[in-house]
Design a protein around this ligand. Structure first.
Ligand SMILES: NC(=O)c1ccc[n+]([C@@H]2O[C@H](COP(=O)([O-])OP(=O)(O)OC[C@H]3O[C@@H](n4cnc5c(N)ncnc54)[C@H](O)[C@@H]3O)[C@@H](O)[C@H]2O)c1
Length: 354
């Protein structure tokens, strides 16, 4: 198993990331937290338990339920179970469950204990670490939330066995993004050398990959816990393109899969803008292709205005400007404005000559 990792966040609060081998070992570690616990699942993550613990809430699955009404269900269940400020909420599921459990824990009795057990790859390498909690509000994604890091995050690669392939590939898109945000090439080399084991979800390979990926995320969030210095924003590499693609495709493309495409587009735009050298662009394209992502995908010409307006709405806009994350080198991100024509020629399908 990978070595545990400590991540220090806002106000010096530390999240302990603990790796556990089997689901049985995970259950036994979780039972150590005692009785004053509320468990939050969704219908799919609850299936990982043969007999569910007492004091639980099982929510429907999906982003559409990342809402106030789910938070009310969690808080009501906590009151019904007579939990208090010294109690603990355990979020057991993907990013939707973990973001909501963290939000509910941050407001219950002005803040109670929080432990997260991510059960999707995306949540293991991204959503569970870094202290951001949120719900969607009035159609806006993650519009209401708090910074509230978990005390512990327990990761068991065994939980990924039941994850649908499309969700697994979505999480892998974020892992590949992390490979380029690291100045060491260790995650990149690992992904190149262990493709078969990574794709077959070999437990040992997963554990090494998760650890390397988390170390990259931790290095950015520790330097900028509340996303105020522009350092943490680097983790949005590929995201401006990804959000616009998700938006014009009505969210039929999974987030991490869109990030994989966005990473490739950010590399090519970076090259076009004279920021990214061709060797780095080739390294990204070859890794993404090796893992089966469709980097040749382009937006139809007639959708350019929709794509452009989705880019403009991206929440990373600062004072009306869209700032793209580009890479000057491995692990050297920069935030840049890009001319619309440059973005257009890198995302839109070339005109067909009749
Ligand atoms: N807080 C952050 O920093 C942060 C970062 C990235 C993403 N997010 C949020 O994370 C959410 C996306 O997370 P996600 O991709 O995990 O989506 P998700 O939570 O919707 O999970 C995806 C699907 O997998 C199912 N599932 C979960 N674990 C399973 C398992 N082990 N076996 C089988 N099915 C399982 C879920 O029920 C769901 O249907 C978004 O709401 C996003 O905003 C938050």
């Amino acid at each position: 198993m990978a070595a545990d990792i400590d991540v220090t966040l806002q106000g010096g609060r530390t999240t302990h990331v603990l790796f556990v081998d089997t689901i049985r070992e995970l259950s036994s570690r979780l039972s150590d937290y005692g009785q004053r616990v509320l468990w939050v699942f969704d219908v799919n993550s609850a299936r990982l338990f043969t007999s569910l613990p007492e004091n639980n809430v099982i929510l429907p699955s999906g982003e559409k339920f990342k809402s106030w009404s789910s938070i009310e269900k969690i808080l009501s269940a906590a009151l019904d179970a007579h939990l208090g400020r010294d109690s603990l909420f355990i979020g057991f599921g993907g990013g939707v469950v973990c973001d909501m459990t963290a939000f509910a824990a941050s407001v219950f009795m002005r803040g109670c204990g929080l432990v997260l057990v991510p059960t999707t790859l995306l949540c293991m390498v991204d959503a569970s670490i870094g202290g951001k909690s949120a719900i969607d509000f009035h159609g806006g994604k993650n519009l209401v939330g708090t910074f509230y890091p978990a005390r512990d995050v327990l990761i068991s690669p065994s939980c990924l066995r039941t994850l649908p392939e499309s969700e697994y590939m979505s999480g892998l898109g974020e892992v590949i993004k992390h490979a380029f945000l690291s100045s060491a090439h260790d995650l990149y080399d690992f992904l190149v050398d262990n493709r078969k084991d990574v794709l077959s979800r070999d437990r040992q390979a997963l554990s090494t990959m998760l650890s390397l990926s988390l170390q990259v995320k931790a290095s950015y969030i520790e330097r900028d816990p509340e996303e105020r210095k522009g350092i943490r924003q680097a983790l949005n590499l590929g995201h401006t393109f990804a959000h616009a693609l998700e938006s014009i495709e009505d969210f039929r493309v999974k987030h991490g899969t869109a990030v994989a495409w966005g990473l490739s587009r950010a590399m090519h735009c970076g090259q076009d803008a004279g920021v990214t050298d061709s060797a780095l662009v080739e390294a990204a394209d070859s890794l993404l292709t090796m893992y089966g992502y469709d980097i040749a995908r382009r937006i139809e010409r007639g959708r350019w205005l929709d794509f452009q307006s989705a880019v403009a709405k991206d929440k990373k806009n600062i004072s009306g400007r869209v700032r793209f994350v580009l890479l000057e080198d491995w692990g050297r991100p920069v935030l840049k404005d890009l001319p619309a024509q440059l973005v257009q020629r890198n995302v839109i399908a070339p005109a067909t000559v009749r």
